[in-house]
Design a protein around this ligand. Structure first.
Ligand SMILES: Cc1cc2nc3c(=O)[nH]c(=O)nc-3n(C[C@H](O)[C@H](O)[C@H](O)COP(=O)(O)O)c2cc1C
Length: 320
C-alpha cells in the first residue's frame, strides 16, 4: 500500500493521507474522530446536536484516547457558535472546521489563535473566495451529491472542484459523493489536494449513528436519496414517508410557515441517532449506493488508499 500521499493538505494537517472525516450531526462523536486520527487521517468531532457541556466532554474523551491531532466542526448557523469555538480553543483543539454560514463570523477569532488551522466548507466558488479572503487555510468544496445540508446552487462535485481549484490559491478538498478510492482519485484529478468524506464514515462501526441508520445506508441504492426542504434549508437524506410528506407539501405550494410545520423539529436526531427509519431524517449522500457494509473506520481508510493506488495503476495502463 502507498506509504503516504503528500499534498499541501496532508502537510498542513500532518496526516499520512489527505483524507478528512467530515463532521456529522449525531454520527461523528469522539469514537469516530479517534479511530480516524489513529488511522492517520483527519478525524472530526461534529458539534451540531451537542450542547456545550457534551461538546467539551467529547473533546476530553477523545484527548484521553489519542495523542494525535483531531478537528471539530462548528456549523456557523448555531447561535452559540462563538462559545463552541472558545471551548474548542480552550481544550487545545488545533483544527477548526466551520460550515453552514458566513466565514467572517468566526474567522477573525480563529485567526487570532496561534497555530490553529482553519478549514471552511463551501458550496460554490463565490463562497470559496469569501472563505479565502477571510483567511481560511483550506477550503472544502461540497457538491450537490453530499449527504446532509447542501448549498442552494446545486453544483455537483465534478463541476465545482476544478472551478474552485482554479479560483483559489489555498488548497481545496473535495466533498460530496466520495465513498471509495475511485472517488478519491477522481477528486485529486479534478484539482483537489484532499477529500472530506461524510456518508461512508457515518456507516462505520465507530460512528455514533444508530444501527438502523447504518443498515439503511448500506441497503440504499444510487437513487435512494433526495435533496428536499429547499425553501427551508436544503438537505439530502434517504427517502422515507416523512421525507415524502415534506416534499408533497413543497410541491403543493405550501407557505414557508406550513412547510416548517411539516418539516418539524429533531427529525435528524430521530433518524440518525434514534434509528427511526420511517419518520427520521436519514442524512446521507448519493454515494450510499456504493456502501454495502459497516466496517471499522480504519478499514475504510485502508480501502480508500488501496483502491486509489489500484485505480491509478489502471488508468496509467490506458496510455499507449
Ligand atoms: C449524517 C450526516 C450528518 C452531517 N452533519 C453535518 C454537520 O453537522 N455539519 C456539517 O458541516 N456537515 C454535515 N454533514 C455533511 C458532511 O460534513 C460532508 O460535507 C458530506 O457528508 C460530504 O458528502 P458525502 O456524504 O457524499 O461524503 C453531514 C453529513 C451526513 C451524511
Amino acid at each position: 500500500m502507498i506509504e503516504r500521499i503528500r499534498t499541501r493538505i496532508s502537510d498542513l494537517l500532518q496526516i499520512r493521507y489527505p483524507i478528512m472525516q467530515a463532521g456529522m450531526i449525531w454520527a461523528s462523536g469522539y469514537k469516530l474522530a479517534v479511530a480516524c486520527a489513529e488511522a492517520e487521517i483527519l478525524g472530526t468531532i461534529g458539534s451540531a446536536g451537542m450542547n456545550q457541556e457534551l461538546f467539551r466532554s467529547q473533546i476530553r474523551k477523545a484527548k484521553a484516547l489519542t495523542k494525535r491531532r483531531f478537528a471539530v466542526n462548528i456549523p456557523l448557523l448555531r447561535a452559540d457558535a462563538a462559545e463552541l469555538l472558545e471551548i474548542a480553543l480552550a481544550e487545545g483543539i488545533e483544527v477548526i472546521i466551520t460550515s453552514a454560514g458566513n466565514p467572517a463570523v468566526l474567522g477573525p477569532r480563529v485567526r487570532k489563535a496561534p497555530g490553529v488551522l482553519w478549514i471552511h466548507v463551501v458550496p460554490s466558488v463565490k463562497h470559496g473566495l469569501k472563505a479565502q479572503d477571510a483567511g481560511a487555510d483550506i477550503v472544502v468544496g461540497e457538491g450537490f451529491e453530499a449527504g446532509g445540508h447542501n448549498g442552494v446552487d446545486e453544483i455537483t462535485t465534478l463541476a465545482l472542484i476544478p472551478q474552485l481549484a482554479d479560483a483559489l490559491s489555498v488548497p481545496v478538498a473535495a466533498a460530496g459523493g466520495i465513498a471509495d478510492g475511485r472517488g478519491f482519485l477522481a477528486a485529486m484529478a479534478l484539482g483537489a489536494e484532499g477529500i472530506s468524506v461524510g456518508t461512508r464514515f457515518a456507516c462505520t462501526q465507530e460512528s455514533s449513528s444508530h444501527p438502523n441508520y447504518k443498515q439503511a445506508v448500506a441497503a440504499a441504492n444510487d437513487a435512494a436519496t433526495v435533496l428536499f426542504a429547499k425553501r427551508i434549508a436544503p438537505v439530502r437524506a434517504i427517502r422515507n414517508p416523512w421525507v415524502e410528506r415534506v416534499r408533497q407539501a413543497e410541491a403543493s405550494g405550501a407557505t414557508r410557515e406550513e412547510l416548517e410545520k411539516v418539516y418539524g423539529h429533531s427529525h435528524s436526531r430521530k433518524g440518525i441517532l434514534e434509528g427511526d427509519v420511517e419518520e427520521g431524517e436519514l442524512e446521507a449522500g448519493q454515494s450510499c449506493g456504493l456502501i454495502r457494509d459497516v466496517p471499522k473506520a480504519a478499514e475504510v481508510v485502508r480501502r480508500f488508499v488501496e483502491e486509489y493506488e489500484r485505480d491509478l495503476d489502471r488508468i496509467r495502463r490506458f496510455q499507449p
